[in-house]
Design a protein around this ligand. Structure first.
Ligand SMILES: [Zn+2]
Ligand SMILES: [Zn+2]
Length: 322
């Protein structure tokens, strides 16, 4: 059993290198589940068992709030029955819609992008994360929530939009006691990947590293006592960690700049240089990290970009370049 307003963590296995994901049960005026694990039988069995340990059954859950749309955070929605309120950012809605066209558009976008990055076609299988079967289909988003919204049934908590790791990312913040339920925005021992995504509006793709840095800096302006993250352990007073993450990313970008001072490169060539082992197994992770540094350097006018035969080429800005 747990007390009112306590945040209870349930850790659920996932078939990814990070091994597990956290979901949180919060008993405010309503019984709320924050995030919903992965759509596997094993994840459901573990979830049910751990829920029972605190005297609850899945039917007790009245609403689910999703921090972002990644499959390891939304999948168990499909195992939950009944009239469920499902809340999340408006950009999360299509991921719960089971709309084949939306997923096809994603794949088309990425195939085109990989061409521009000079990634060989043999890597197309790395778009498996866009497999429709990973996404739940039984519950649509019932309400969208945005910056500053208070959460019905969860007094004290408000929404902070934190795009970067995902375009749909939000965190929940309690102003009274400074607790934060943080999703994947900030993890203690792993730096969050600024994942590339298709544009939702307009034609330009989002620049997730730039968004992510802004979303991190936003948290420097508010006191935070403890973060309940989407993976691994809780951590306290994250401001130092945030500054560290920003510094590390700046250093990574400078390493990329050094490579580009030596020669003009495609994204894929740079990616192989930066992630000689990881790019084969986790191409999208490695490509996202590479593009992150290029977007960052481009923002500060440090690199040139040109396109030749449909392939992007990057080089360091020399003195006298415009
Ligand atoms: Zn995520
Ligand atoms: Zn995650």
């Amino acid at each position: 059993m747990f007390s009112k307003d306590a945040i209870y963590k349930i850790t659920i296995p996932i078939p990814y290198p990070i091994k597990d994901v956290n979901v949180y049960v919060v008993k405010g005026d309503a019984l709320t589940l924050v995030d919903a694990g992965m759509k596997t039988e094993e994840a459901w069995r573990v979830f049910e068992r751990k829920l029972k340990e605190i005297g609850l059954v899945p039917e007790d859950i009245e609403q689910v709030i999703l921090t972002h749309h990644h499959p390891d955070h939304i999948g168990l929605l499909d195992f939950l029955d009944g009239d469920l309120r499902v809340l999340g950012h408006r950009l999360l809605a299509p991921w719960l819609s089971h709309d084949v066209r939306f997923f096809d558009r994603q794949k088309e976008f990425f195939l085109e992008l990989l061409k521009q990055f000079a990634v060989p076609e043999s890597f197309a299988s790395h778009l498996d994360h866009l497999d429709l079967s990973l996404y739940p289909r039984n519950h649509p988003l019932t309400s969208s929530i945005q910056e500053g919204d208070e959460i019905d049934g969860m007094p004290g908590f408000t929404v902070i939009e934190t795009p970067g790791h995902a375009q749909s990312h939000i965190v929940l913040y309690n102003e009274e006691d400074c607790r934060m339920i943080g999703g994947d925005h900030l993890l203690k021992t792993i730096s969050s990947n600024p994942v590339l995504e298709m544009p939702y509006e307009g034609k330009e793709r989002p620049k997730p590293q730039l968004q992510y840095n802004e979303s991190l800096k936003k948290l420097l302006h508010i006191p935070i006592s403890v973060v309940f993250p989407g993976h691994k352990d809780e951590f306290f007073d994250p401001h130092l960690l945030i500054r560290n993450r920003l510094d590390k990313q700046h250093e990574r970008a400078l390493t990329v700049l050094k490579h580009l001072e030596k020669q003009e490169m495609t994204v894929f060539a740079l990616c192989k240089l930066l992630f000689p082992a990881a790019y084969q197994q986790e191409l999208l992770f490695a490509i996202s990290e590479t593009v992150a540094q290029l977007d960052y350097l481009e923002q500060y006018g440090k690199i040139n970009k040109r396109i030749e035969n449909g392939v992007l080429l990057f080089s360091a800005q020399r003195r006298g370049d415009k």
